[in-house]
Design a binder for this molecule. Structure first.
Ligand SMILES: NC(=O)c1ccc[n+]([C@@H]2O[C@H](COP(=O)([O-])OP(=O)(O)OC[C@H]3O[C@@H](n4cnc5c(N)ncnc54)[C@H](O)[C@@H]3O)[C@@H](O)[C@H]2O)c1
Ligand SMILES: [Zn+2]
Ligand SMILES: [Zn+2]
Length: 367
């Protein structure tokens, strides 16, 4: 069948929207019609090469849609089911899965962007195979994905709001509740209050944190942060982020700092703004060739902790329906995250707006 998709053919060049041929789902795979795809910074990082994929690859990993066809052996899903796409495939049986660390599942040793049998499902008009970001490719009208990447949801949810749960919401809220396990009464700083960071703020609200300090260089983002529950803001374009947070916390520093940008400098800031024995949580995806450094002796003598958080340490099929329930109960903001809609053809505009700090989240809507 034919589908239109946003394809990265060359790093740091405009993304190409074109018609591709999509083959039928094989065993344990499903054909999904995409309803909406959020535009996450990780998509832009695939374009820049910070998150490395060989070209050509279809972008998009934050989405929701409706099942149109199921492959042989698929028993948990049916045509018509509404699903969120998970950007990890997990087996459910390996050591990491049994430890409930399903996002760290190590069973699938397949090169990035191929489906689990190591082959393509998408081809361009020249007959070249096209990879799928995170094995999903939500920036395509249709996608064939492993059933392991699907989370079934109730049909009354808007697929547009549900799409955001596929990455930003689960990553941000999960970093606070699952990875860091922030205690009630804690003080929290979130550096970078974009689509993911705003959800870390929401997570801190859900955790009953007492003080939630938003740090960003864009005033507009700090305004968003206040509506999502930040109690204080630091504009890092105007003052030093670490000093700003220290001042608000009367010199002590915060219990938890979340870095949600992907920059070695702001990772160091996160480390510096936590109190002794506090925890810096790294959510941002730094360029794959870069490292960060911190003063080693100080790290020991201050007993600070630095931990990584991937996909909010979530269990997609457990956590995503729970997050949607919180939305229904009015405890999680999803509508307010969506500040602009785009058509697939506008993907390069969506990336330009992301770089200009325009949106909380931009969302591509399909017909
Ligand atoms: N760990 C995971 O599983 C996971 C999942 C999704 C996204 N991510 C990563 O999270 C990061 C954020 O993604 P996003 O979609 O929210 O991006 P975004 O572009 O929406 O937000 C980034 C924010 O950082 C701010 N910022 C940039 N430089 C800054 C600085 N020096 N000081 C303070 N603020 C600064 C920007 O103004 C913006 O508000 C990216 O690195 C993305 O790849 C990680
Ligand atoms: Zn993402
Ligand atoms: Zn596993």
């Amino acid at each position: 069948m034919k589908t239109r998709a946003a394809v990265m053919y060359e790093h740091n060049q405009p993304v190409v929207v074109e018609e591709l041929e999509l083959v039928e789902p094989k065993a344990n795979e499903v054909l999904v019609r995409t309803a909406a795809s959020g535009v996450c910074h990780s998509d832009l990082s695939v374009v820049t090469g910070a998150i490395y994929y060989d070209a050509a690859v279809i972008l998009g990993h934050e989405g929701a849609g409706v099942i149109e066809q199921v492959g042989e052996g698929v028993t948990d899903f049916q045509v018509g089911d509404h699903v969120i796409l998970s950007f990890v495939s997990y087996c459910g049986n390996c050591r990491m899965c049994e430890m409930e660390k399903v996002c760290l599942c190590e069973s699938y040793d397949v090169p990035r962007g191929f489906l689990l049998d190591g082959t393509y499902r998408f081809y361009n008009s020249s007959g070249d195979g096209i990879l799928q970001m995170a094995r999903v490719a939500t920036m395509s009208e249709y996608m064939v994905v492993p059933e392991q990447n699907l989370v079934k949801i109730d049909q009354h949810y808007s697929l547009e709001q549900a799409a955001l749960v596929g990455c930003g919401v689960t990553t941000g809220v999960g970093a606070v509740l699952n990875t860091a396990k922030v205690e009630p009464g804690s003080s929290v700083a979130v550096i970078g209050t974009g689509g993911v960071g705003l959800n870390a703020i929401q997570g801190a609200v859900l955790a009953d944190a007492e003080q939630i300090i938003a740090v960003d260089i864009a005033e507009k983002k700090l305004d968003f942060a206040k509506t999502f529950g930040a109690t204080d803001v630091v504009n890092a374009a105007e003052i030093d982020a670490v000093e700003g947070v220290r001042e608000i916390t009367k010199g002590l520093g915060v219990d938890y700092a979340f870095e949600v940008i992907g920059n070695p400098d702001t990772i160091r800031q996160a480390y510096q703004m936590v109190r002794p024995a506090g925890t810096a949580v790294i959510v941002g995806m730094v360029h794959h060739e870069k490292e960060f450094s911190i003063p080693a002796q100080h790290f020991v003598s201050s007993e600070r902790r630095i931990i990584g958080s991937f996909y909010g340490s979530c269990q997609p099929r457990v956590d995503m329906p729970k997050l949607l329930s919180l939305y229904t109960e009015g405890k999680l903001k999803l509508d307010e995250l969506i500040t602009r809609h785009y058509r697939l053809e506008q993907i390069n505009d969506a990336f330009a707006d992301m770089e200009a700090g325009e949106n909380a989240r931009g969302v591509i809507i399909f017909n």
